[in-house]
Write a protein that binds this ligand. Structure first.
Ligand SMILES: *Cc1c(COP(=O)(O)O)cnc(C)c1O
Length: 375
């Protein structure tokens, strides 16, 4: 029976109060961003990560755009960014005429290699974009120390870190501004959605204004600044609230999935599995990633193709930002500049990891991975 059904890389779990809250939206007529779920979701989510303010937006990318704009990154500024991340991290930096300065990854945790940051700081450096990837937090402590020492702002991209902690403190509590995404493959989803969280009253108010076209209180259609329409709808927030109620359960579920994959794939030659824990955190397996050794004789692309033929959905790892074709004219970055991220980009893929994945499906995936990689 399982033999013929495709196992998708992601399927969310929406069997809590999602339906009930959505029906409330429809029956009350509150479907826009003016509805009551938005503020409630902001308040509860911000409280959950220990922050004073939450500003809900339409997606995680928009949350980063608003954060970069709110702290005033402008022409000629430099922002320290890991090269192994999603393009969303550098969109607004580039549009504002600033420069991302890339950092390679730690080969074990896959997060930015903290030891490489300080030598990249110049008088033009304005901020560090601290990104947590795939399930383990970046090493936040030393990054915050460097930022403090050099007077840099920190934007924390916690898009993949709902429910994760660093030394017992919630991810999303570390940046001047921190952001989350609620895309359907994240630990909690609103379909599309995101949030900026902060303790700073002024930054929160700037983000609220940027989200809402910079309309003014007194003279609505008179604008001092250019914003966007980044508003989250009441329907999205309704989903978010229902999902948030189950965050602890979801984190446990993901950890159990990761443990199962670890057990079943342990010892497979030529395959690097995710690190289960570090000194400061236990993996929450946002996705279950693997990195293939060159000795296997094929790359992630080939492995993904073979798994697709056996009806297993996968996705490649991030492709390093310094090698993006869109940057080639501006940057003289070349292959070999950030070897760890480059290797992960070529040899890394992730297996089905969605919240609705069953243990039986994991068994099927693991068995198929073993067969495919042994060929
Ligand atoms: C998902 C993700 C984003 C973008 O979020 P969207 O809601 O898809 O726009 C940003 N950063 C990281 C690290 C992500 O994983």
């Amino acid at each position: 029976m399982e033999m013929s059904s495709f196992i998708p890389v992601n399927k969310p779990l929406l069997d809590g109060k999602e339906k009930q809250y959505l029906i409330e939206c429809i029956e009350s007529g509150w479907i826009s961003s003016e509805g009551p779920f938005v503020e409630e979701f902001e308040r509860r989510f911000a409280a959950r990560v220990g922050r004073k303010h939450g500003v809900a937006v339409c997606n995680g990318t928009a949350a980063i755009d608003a954060a970069v704009e709110a702290i005033g990154i402008g022409p000629g500024d430099e922002v320290i960014v890991p090269t192994f991340t999603i393009i969303s991290c550098i969109g607004q930096i580039l549009r504002n005429g600033a420069w991302p300065i890339f950092i390679d990854s730690n080969p074990q945790t896959w997060n930015m290699d903290v030891g490489q940051i300080e030598k990249k700081i110049t008088p033009r450096t304005k901020a560090i974009l601290l990104v947590h990837v795939y399930g383990l937090p970046a090493d936040v402590g030393p990054i915050l120390e460097i930022a403090q020492k050099h007077g840099l702002k920190v934007i924390e991209d916690a898009a993949e870190m709902h429910g994760q902690t660093y030394c017992g403190k919630p991810c999303g509590s570390f940046g001047d501004l921190s952001i989350f995404s609620f895309y359907p493959n994240k630990h909690i989803t609103t379909g599309e959605g995101g949030m900026v969280v902060t303790d700073d009253d002024e930054l929160a108010s700037t983000c609220r204004s940027l989200r809402n076209l910079c309309f003014q209180q007194q003279r609505r259609f008179v604008h001092d600044r250019l914003g966007w329409n980044l508003r989250m709808t009441n329907m999205q927030a309704a989903l978010g609230l229902a999902q948030l109620e189950r965050l602890d359960e979801f984190v446990q579920r993901k950890r159990a999935m990761g443990a199962r994959y670890n057990e079943l794939l342990h010892g497979l030659p030529g395959v690097q599995l995710p690190l289960q824990q570090t000194d400061y955190a236990q993996n929450i397996y946002w996705v279950y990633g693997i990195v293939l050794d060159a000795s296997l004789g094929f790359d992630a692309h080939e492995a993904m193709h073979r798994l697709e033929e056996k009806r297993i959905g996968t996705r490649p790892f991030f492709y390093p930002l310094h090698l993006q074709p869109l940057l080639q004219e501006k940057y003289s970055s070349h292959k070999g500049a950030y070897p760890v991220a480059e290797r992960m980009g070529e040899q890394g893929l992730y297996l089905p990891s969605g919240m609705a994945l069953t243990m039986e499906q994991i068994d099927t995936v693991a068995k198929t991975v073993r067969d495919v990689l042994a060929q």
